[in-house]
Ligand binder design. Structure first.
Ligand code: UD1
Ligand code: MG
Length: 450
């Protein structure tokens, strides 16, 4: 019983190597430009006070704009390289016998529509930073920004079927076509991805670290589908005859799942995620505790839209959602405050104690007794230790801790300093991704076949 490793020739993926090169450039540019442009942002009144410090020095805000500019610039300069193979190799013969280059127009429209959505997210984020747009106004904008993506998805005859889990097959069959509902789901995904990062914010490094870990998880997932030069052969004995099964190797990943198209989709996703990881890493250096620059809503919107773009165009939106577990938890927990059941102060960040330098859960105060529904919801949340309530001797709720995952960590783990809290958040995001991979590639086998 011998396992025989083998080496295939290194696959030729020139686009990927160039993308890595551009990403290095983006990393260095962000690292340099953020501190260099900080004073210009302060002069333009784009600055904020760090709410969880005892000093009031203005910190430049909205530097996500610098990240977004470097990111989109890298993506635009990369366009010719993304299609370099088509520029040089493929050609078709016309009826007149002339050879003309065969150009993958559909792939180009996927790329350009993605850029358009990213640019719209940048504008929306920056306008939000400047004008503090109201929630009910800014919620539908990412839906509109996703229309180009959805149109291209439609033009590509994108799949709108979902595979029904085994226990429900007797009722729904093995494939269910969601049709227009699938498009609704994808447009909501763009709103969710952009806003969910923005509402898990307020401590140094929180926004950018979420984006960094989600992007890294998407990259790891993409790598599973790429052709690898390394593989191994396993001997098997079948009905007395000897055979060898091959794992890994060039094109194996894409082939295993059926097509070269799958490899191309995941390459596309890598082209968008590698420079994102680069700008986020560069920015994180300056946003790390104690922050010298704030990301503003621009960074949250651009990164969120980038995830929606690769999830939709790469056809792995459900896997993508699995990487958002902490954001889903934070959003569901926030709902009573977001939808007006419980008062929602302008800032829900934890409360800072100057004397001890520790963070404590912040509170929302009821000016009038809560409605029956609000009281019931809060009592259920309190039963599961998701919130801490302050009660009047008569039992009426006077105060509740703000409904965020950051306050939840502080309730469960006790007061801690800002740096420790962001490290806890990072750990939860990494654990969420590990869980996502096990659900996607482990548990999925139990409820789905094939
Ligand atoms: C969202 C949250 C809000 C949270 C805010 C913090 C909801 C519904 N809204 O609002 O509760 O307080 O983000 O970003 O959940 N800041 C810091 N330290 C940081 C980052 C930001 O003190 O590390 C402060 C600065 O004063 C900065 C301000 O937060 O100026 C930015 O807030 P903004 O992004 O405009 O808030 P929202 O996104 O509207
Ligand atoms: Mg914000």
């Amino acid at each position: 019983f011998i396992i025989r490793p083998f080496l295939d020739p290194i696959p030729s993926l020139p686009g990927l190597y160039t993308s890595i090169g551009f990403s290095l450039f983006a990393f260095i540019a962000t690292l340099y430009l953020v501190p260099a442009l900080g004073p210009t942002f302060i002069k333009a009144h784009l600055s904020g006070r760090d709410l969880l410090k005892d000093y009031a020095t203005p910190i430049p805000e909205s530097l996500g704009l610098v990240c977004a500019s470097v990111y989109t610039l890298a993506l635009i300069l990369f366009i010719p390289f993304a299609f370099s193979d088509s520029l040089t190799t493929h050609s078709t013969q016309t009826p007149e016998g002339i050879f003309v280059p065969e150009f993958p127009h559909s792939r180009l429209s996927v790329y350009l529509s993605s850029l358009l959505s990213l640019l719209m997210a940048t504008i929306l984020g920056f306008l939000d930073d400047v004008f503090d747009i109201r929630w009910r106004h800014k919620l539908p904008i990412p839906i509109i920004a996703s229309i180009p993506l959805l149109m291209v998805y439609f033009a590509e005859r994108g799949n709108t079927h979902i595979v029904v889990p085994l226990p429900l097959r007797f009722l729904l069959g093995s494939l269910l076509n969601l049709g227009p509902l699938y498009y609704l789901y994808m447009s909501l995904l763009s709103t969710f991805a952009t806003n969910s990062i923005n509402i898990l914010a307020g401590i140094n490094g929180s926004e950018v670290s979420q984006a960094l870990i989600i992007a890294t998880s998407v990259i790891l997932n993409d790598l599973l589908y790429l052709p690898w030069p390394i593989g191994f052969r396993l001997p098997v004995h079948l009905l007395g005859s000897k055979a060898e099964v091959e794992f890994g190797g060039v094109w194996s990943a894409g082939m295993a799942y059926g097509s070269k198209e799958l490899v191309e989709r995941h390459l596309f996703s890598l082209y968008f995620m590698l420079p994102l990881v680069a700008v986020c890493s560069g920015f994180m250096y300056h946003n790390w505790y104690p922050a010298r620059a704030f990301p503003g809503d621009t960074l949250c919107y651009v990164t969120g839209m980038a995830f929606a773009v690769v999830g939709i165009q790469g056809h792995f939106s459900k896997t993508l959602l699995l990487f958002f577990l902490p954001q889903i938890f934070n959003f569901v927990l926030s709902c009573p405050q977001l939808f007006g059941l419980v008062p929602c102060p302008r800032h829900r960040v934890p409360r800072f104690d100057k004397v001890t330098n520790l963070l404590h859960p912040s509170k929302a105060i009821f000016m009038k007794p809560p409605s029956k529904l609000a009281a019931t919801v809060l009592r259920i949340l309190s039963f599961f230790k998701l919130v801490d309530l302050t009660l009047h001797p008569s039992g009426v709720i006077l105060e509740t801790t703000n409904l965020t995952i950051l306050n939840f960590f502080l309730i469960r783990l006790g007061p801690m300093n800002e740096k420790k809290l962001v490290q806890v958040l990072i750990c939860s995001q990494i654990c969420g991704s590990v869980l996502a991979f096990s659900v996607r590639y482990g548990l999925a086998g139990l409820v789905y076949d094939g």
